[in-house]
Design a protein around this ligand. Structure first.
Ligand SMILES: [Zn+2]
Length: 317
């Protein structure tokens, strides 16, 4: 591998947005592009890579929302991006750009990004949770990204719970994600529950967002508060399970829902403290990410440096 290549291209393909960035060897974003992840997604990915590509690019890292086959480069399944299911994204991208290409789950690359250049820098063992439409996770163990799918959002917390598209029932993300909060709000409003939420979105409560729920909760609305607290409590069950299983030094939280930290995350921390082994809970730090939605592209690029440039210590700057 040519040691003079200074950059890697990191991609973060989620259900809503495609983020692509040119990243330096010390984890800094030089240039970035954001596009909606709809339409001819493969063409859009290639076009955005094209606009950042140069002789100085050592390789391309793909962070994909879904289950991926790292060895063969294939997307096994991606519930929010059905168009890429079964596609060998690594082969397609390598054919086109003729550089090394790697694939990972998007929450895993976010964890790697936080380890390399974010809130995880000082920890050797942590779990990153992405709290948004769904719930994803990535695990850093002994300073390295743990090579597992880490689908924490699909750990069951309710034996007789709702059916999840993944095939399981009672999955954490059915009770603690943004989608879960919105579904609960809409169903309560449809049943005629009194709430200030009814006045959001010009009366069309089908357009509610988690931000609406949070601001309405801050105004003292009891339905909005209850939704956030219940979701937080459920998240806390998941966090307690993670603490008991992994005994991490930290749990790093990222994604849109951490904007509701003061109600939702506080409640989760309280619930986790009630459920996890006290000795383990007392040593874990539950903190927000510092890279936010840039963690994914930075981590995807980090994957490249880690694999193609010998002796690059991506993991500890
Ligand atoms: Zn599930």
């Amino acid at each position: 591998m040519n040691m003079s290549k200074k950059y890697a291209i990191g991609i973060d393909l989620g259900g809503t947005n495609l983020r692509v960035a040119l990243v330096s060897r010390d984890g800094e974003i030089i240039k970035k592009i954001k596009e909606p992840s709809s339409g001819e997604i493969l063409d859009i990915i290639f076009k955005t890579i094209d606009s950042l590509f140069s002789e100085d690019v050592a390789g391309i890292g793909l962070g994909i929302a879904g289950l991926v086959d790292r060895q063969n480069g294939r997307v096994l399944t991606s519930p929010n991006l059905p168009a890429i299911k079964g596609i060998n994204l690594v082969n397609e991208t390598r054919k086109r750009f003729k550089v090394p290409v790697f694939i990972e789950n998007d929450a895993n690359t976010a964890a790697l990004g936080e380890k390399w250049a974010g809130a995880g820098e000082g920890f050797s063992n942590f779990v990153l949770l992405t709290l948004g439409t769904g719930i994803g996770s990535g695990i850093i163990k002994d300073g390295k990204l743990l090579d597992v799918s880490a689908e924490v959002g699909h750990m069951s917390i309710n034996a007789d719970g709702e059916k999840c598209p993944c095939g399981n029932t009672g999955c954490l993300e059915l009770y603690a994600s943004a989608r879960a909060m919105i579904a609960r709000a809409v169903s309560a409003l449809e049943k005629g529950t009194e709430s200030l939420l009814r006045e959001c979105c010009k009366g069309n409560f089908y357009k509610l967002t988690p931000e609406d729920i949070y601001t309405t909760a801050l105004d003292g609305d009891s339905l909005a508060r209850e939704i956030l607290k219940d979701a937080g409590r459920n998240l806390g069950i998941g966090i307690a399970n993670i603490i008991n299983l992994m005994s991490p030094e930290a749990i790093i939280l990222t994604g849109g829902l951490i904007g509701a930290w003061n109600i939702y995350v506080q409640e989760a921390i309280k619930e986790a403290s009630r459920r996890a082994f006290r000795e383990l809970f007392e040593t874990v730090k539950i903190i927000p990410s510092s890279l936010g939605d840039e963690a994914g592209v930075i981590g995807s690029a980090g994957l490249v440096f880690q694999k193609v440039i010998p002796h690059t210590e991506v993991m500890s700057k």
